[in-house]
Design a protein around this ligand. Structure first.
Ligand code: FAD
Ligand code: UDP
Length: 384
């Protein structure tokens, strides 16, 4: 008999397993239908010995010292600031759009103040910013929107930016300085020995049993458990009773090349050409040294593993029905990007899992009494 069955060995499932096992001394079974732990953050060494990310480039960034400190118990970090260039009008230009992007694209020599005026002249006035088109057009105007955002977004989502919530393109800021980092967060790191190693450390506890290549549908009737945490797609859990929630997928093409360096930065985006959206060279991310290099192309698709919830008002309406049902389902908790249908980064999923643990502590009496509890994360709640 397990105290908990956790479906999914990604960030949501693994963080919750670690908390329940170490802080409540409860027995946890974690299952994943894939043949590995780490969910979408899974990395491994390919045939050339290069550490690659199977499901697309994962760069850790957060502004939360709580989340950073929590994960730091399980991993050593390597400082890394991600940089991205976009191939636009035959040039490789910094994205997010910054001072150098505009000066190089138009052969100008503006300073930051001049660029502010430039954007002010180009920007369209939009009374209420609702869509992913509105966000960009209202800041930098239509021409830059079309060059950098419209084509990429159409490829990535199979939808025009005008059909997507503003939160999607709002992930990418516009800058008037020369900062060419993709992220601005306080903490920007990669796990020194890879993500999979971090998950192995998270799950390395005598109270935790892990089974891979096992689906919830297969295992649920064979195993005895008191409570469930589900981190897969929420609509799948409820047999799609309110209809299917759309998820966007990706197909990945991996290649190893007999060259030391393939491209000048970690990722190159292709907003105007090619069927793929971006190409990532992993050695930039990992700092690995080799005379070979491994790269990955991302081809968006509606078919395949569910990777992205699709932020649109009509999908939120469907999700809200599932959320109400999820909240009313006793002894089952839903956490993670698919189970809460939120376009969350890794740190946000960790934060959500820690908050879920807090809610569990408030709602569920501890099964076996506290172990050697001394966490700084949620002491007041757990000590109840
Ligand atoms: P997942 O990692 O998806 O884990 C859920 C697990 O549940 C999966 O392993 C799945 O196999 C399993 N599962 C589902 N249903 C069942 C079932 N019925 N039975 C058994 N197992 C099941 N975030 C960042 O912070 N930085 C980045 O640079 C970044 N890059 C990304 C790039 C790409 C291409 C993608 C797709 C995502 C990226 N993310 C990034 C987001 C990051 O992947 C997610 O935030 C995080 O992995 C979500 O964790 P999770 O536990 O919610 O879900
Ligand atoms: N985007 C774009 N052009 C770019 C980069 C991003 O149009 O060069 C848009 C696109 O809609 C994308 C969204 O901004 O889906 C968010 O980009 P991000 O890099 O955060 O996407 P993710 O890494 O989550 O795939």
């Amino acid at each position: 008999m397990f105290d908990w069955l956790i479906v999914g060995a990604g960030f949501a499932g693994s963080v919750l397993a670690e908390r329940l096992a170490s802080q409540r001394n409860e027995k946890v079974l974690v299952i994943d239908k894939r043949d590995h732990i780490a969910g979408n953050a899974y990395d491994y060494k390919d045939q050339a010995g290069i550490l690659i990310h199977q499901y697309g480039p994962h760069i850790f960034h957060t502004n939360s010292s709580n989340i950073f400190e929590y994960l730091s118990q399980f991993i050593q970090w390597r400082p890394y600031e991600h940089r991205v260039l976009a191939k636009v009008d035959g040039q490789l230009l910094p994205i997010p759009i910054n001072l150098d992007t505009i000066n190089r694209l138009y052969g100008l020599s503006l300073d930051s103040e001049g660029l502010e005026q430039f954007f002010a002249q180009k920007a369209e006035h939009i009374a209420s910013i609702e869509t992913s088109e509105d966000v960009v057009v209202s800041k930098v105007g239509r021409e830059l929107y079309e060059k950098f955002f419209q084509g990429y977004t159409r490829k990535q989502w199979g939808l025009d930016p005008s059909q997507l919530d503003k939160s999607v393109t709002a992930r990418v800021p516009t800058r008037t300085n020369r900062d060419d980092r993709y992220f601005e967060d306080k903490f920007q790191y990669m796990p020194l020995d890879g993500y999979t190693k971090m998950f192995a450390n998270l799950l390395d506890h005598p109270n935790i049993t892990v089974e891979t290549s096992v689906s919830y549908q297969q295992r649920r009737s064979q195993v005895k458990f008191k409570r469930l945490i589900f981190t897969g797609p929420v609509d799948e859990y409820f047999d799609h009773r309110f209809g299917k929630l759309p998820y966007r997928s990706l197909h990945f093409k991996h290649e190893t090349l007999n060259e030391e360096r393939h491209q000048p930065v970690g990722t190159v985006n292709f907003p105007q050409s090619e069927d793929y959206t971006r190409v990532t060279e992993f050695k930039h991310l990992t700092g690995q040294v080799s005379d070979k290099t491994s790269i990955m192309y991302e081809y968006p698709s509606d078919i395949g593993d569910p990777f992205y919830p699709v932020p649109r008002p009509e999908n939120q309406v469907i999700y809200k029905k599932y959320e109400a049902l999820a909240n009313a389902t006793e002894n089952v908790w839903f956490a993670g990007r698919l189970a809460t249908y939120r376009y969350y980064n890794m740190d946000q999923v960790v934060g959500q899992a820690l908050a879920t643990f807090k809610h569990i502590n408030e709602a569920v009496p501890v099964a076996k009494g506290l172990s050697s509890f001394s966490s700084a994360i949620w002491p007041a709640e757990v000590a109840k």
